[in-house]
Each structure stands twice: as C-alpha cells, then as structure tokens.
Design a protein. Structure first.
Length: 157
C-alpha cells in the first residue's frame, strides 16, 4: 500500500468520481428521454395529429419519470466499459482526456442501444434511434454527459 501525501484525501480516489459520474449520467439520461419523447411526438405531428404544448410538456415529464430510468440503465451498461477504457487511455495521453471521455460516452451509448435492439422483440427498442439523426441526437446527450464528467473530474493544472 502506498503512503499518502499530506494533502491527499483519506477517501479512495475512485469515490471522488462517483458524484460527477452520477451527475453526468443523470444529464445524459434526461437528455435521451427528452429526445425520444419529442421525436415520437414529432412523428405524430407528421401524421397530422395536433399536440398542444401542454401535452408535450406532460408527455416529457411522464417520460422523464417512466422512461429515463430504463434508458439510464441502458446508458450505464454502455458507459461503464467505455468510460473505463477512455480513462485508461487518457492516463497515457492526458491532453486527450475530454475528447476521449466524450467520444467514449457517445460510443458506449450507441453500443448499448444497439445491443438492446439485437435482443428486443421489436425492430428497435427506442424509436428515435431507428434513424441516424435520432441516434446522433441521443448520442450528443451522452457525449455532453461525458464532457461534463471530464470537466467535473479534471485536475487543477
């Protein structure tokens, strides 16, 4: 066991990453939920279904409660290995840390969604990810979550 320096915290280093990771995950989960809700509502609008703003807000809030936790689980399954690999690479190339974590968060999300799609009985589990534009919109939220995590865990230089 290595000795601590006088300014080093007595808590393990990895525990200092839990809250930033949780905040980034919550942001990405909420983003994905809102994207898929609005994507689905817009598909109804294209079918000439009128959707008032109050209905959009209510649907969005319901999905944040009902769908975001499911999506968050899918997201976590993709993020854990992807962010671990990115963090490992970032230790070797610290100047690439933020882009690596952002890219890993997006790629991990896409991989997890596609894995769920492969076993889901329907063609796709999240309709917004059926087409590239929707998949990229959801991946953007994951990447922003990865950037938030990078920012919150950056060492003061």
């Amino acid at each position: 066991m290595r000795s601590r320096t006088p300014n080093e915290s007595p808590t393990p280093r990895w525990t200092r990453h839990l809250l930033p990771l949780l905040l980034a995950w919550l942001l990405a989960s909420a983003w994905g939920s809102v994207v898929q809700t609005q994507w689905n509502l817009q598909a109804l609008v294209r079918l000439d279904v009128a959707i008032p703003m109050a209905e959009r807000v209510q649907s969005t809030l319901q999905d944040l409660i009902g769908f975001a936790p499911v999506y968050g689980g899918i997201l976590a399954a993709g993020w854990l290995p992807a962010l671990a690999a990115a963090a490992w690479l970032a230790r070797r190339q610290p100047s690439w840390r933020s882009p690596l974590l952002a890219a890993a968060a997006a790629v991990g999300m896409v991989a997890a969604v596609r894995a769920v799609d492969a076993v889901a009985p329907m063609p796709v589990f999240i309709d917004a990810t059926r087409h590239l534009a929707g998949l990229l919109a959801m991946a953007a939220g994951a990447a922003i979550g990865g950037l938030l995590y990078a920012r919150l865990t950056a060492r003061a230089g």
